[in-house]
Design a protein around this ligand. Structure first.
Ligand code: SF4
Length: 366
């Protein structure tokens, strides 16, 4: 088995974070919340950027024990065809969404690179910003995706505990821990502008995973200083297959983790999805989180049509408020919902990519 890289294990990087998160920390939750709130207000103002996920396909050859789309589940498999994608996008636009995250499982014949690229092309005609949460790709594929209008990727390592990773990923391409670990760097080398990292909280010791996640973020920020790096805090939710996570992650720990990341990463977007309850999401708005998903469906499609009761999503959504209700809750806290903060004129591969590949710039200008 390969060794973890040094940048992932250097505990000097995480001394402050460790002090804020360790059991029996001398930092009270209230003091962390107050500091996180002040930093968020100073750096991001009273705003919350909003995005919506769109599941393109639930085909997947992998056997992740914690996922409702794993290949041994009885879930009905399907993918959205171009006309269905168009209809989903129109339904999302109607509720104000302009920032979209496209999701698939691991690469399959039904939903491979060409399918994903085509989907990005369709989505980028309708949306200001399109990112993908899909399978790890090569640098060349990321470049093609960036040229098609994709600006960002989300790729969670799930856990940085090598032994747990091996147990949890029973078969399929996702078993390759190190290929996944290097994916954000490959994407940024390929011209993708933003990457979102995270661990699936509950799969392994949450404190250890939080420290490793932080080191991964800092490593990327040092290496790709112009890239936008964001951090998500997904916590295990019930899913088809009924996997019960071995580690309990309390609201208290999750709140502490969000505050500590805000203090240690003052300029980094911190993301919270509809996996969390309305009360928890409302509580975190303004205290560190700067980006949230809205009106999410975790079934394939589901915005244009009512998902049938028999169709199961990747996991159960907790905050199922409508976009309007959620925005009203933000406004009640004096926070402005922001649907658009990105000009499509800036889409395409990053300038960093062209500096490293000057011949590509000449080609793309013609
Ligand atoms: S987590 Fe992703 S790779 Fe794993 S089974 Fe689910 S869809 Fe497939």
């Amino acid at each position: 088995m390969n060794e973890l890289p040094e940048w992932l294990t250097d505990s000097r990087e995480t001394a402050l974070l460790s002090a804020m998160l360790a059991p029996g920390s001398s930092y009270s939750l209230e003091s962390l919340a107050a500091e996180a709130r002040a930093i968020t207000l100073r750096r991001f103002g009273r705003t919350m950027t909003l995005y919506a996920p769109l599941y393109l396909s639930n085909h997947c050859p992998s056997g992740c024990v914690y996922c409702g789309f794993a290949s041994d589940r009885t879930t009905v498999r399907r993918r959205l065809e171009p006309d269905e994608i168009e209809r989903e996008l129109l339904a999302l636009k109607k509720i104000g969404v302009t920032d979209l995250l496209l999701l698939t499982g691991e690469r399959t014949g039904a939903a491979g690179f060409d399918y994903l690229k085509k989907s990005v092309e369709i989505a980028s005609k309708h949306m200001q910003r399109v990112s993908v949460e899909a399978f790890p790709m090569s640098g060349d594929e990321y470049r093609e995706l960036a040229l098609s209008g994709c600006t960002g990727i989300t790729i969670y390592q799930e856990t940085y505990d090598l032994r747990r990773y091996e147990e949890l990923h029973r078969w399929g391409p996702k078993k390759d821990f190190f290929h996944r670990l290097e994916t954000p760097a490959r994407a940024l080398d390929g011209g993708i502008k933003t990457v979102g990292l995270g661990v699936l909280l509950g799969l392994a010791d949450p404190l250890e995973d939080a420290l490793m996640l932080f080191r991964h973020v800092r490593h990327l920020q040092r290496t790709y200083w112009r890239a936008g790096i964001s951090v998500s805090f997904p916590r295990m939710r019930p899913q088809t297959g009924g996997y019960a996570p071995p580690f309990c992650v309390s609201d208290h720990f999750l709140a502490r983790m969000i505050f500590a990341f805000r203090i240690a990463l003052p300029d980094t977007d911190l993301v919270l999805s509809t996996r969390e309850s309305p009360a928890f999401r409302d509580g975190m708005a303004g205290l560190g989180i700067t980006r949230m998903s809205i009106a999410s469906r975790t079934t394939v499609g589901g915005y244009d049509e009512e998902s049938s009761a028999a169709e199961k999503g990747q996991f159960d959504v907790f905050d199922d408020r409508s976009a309007e209700d959620f925005c009203n809750a933000l406004r009640a806290k004096n926070i402005e919902p922001v649907f658009k903060n990105w000009e499509p004129a800036y889409n395409g591969p990053s300038s960093e990519y062209f500096e490293n590949n000057p011949r590509q710039e000449a080609q793309s200008c013609h």
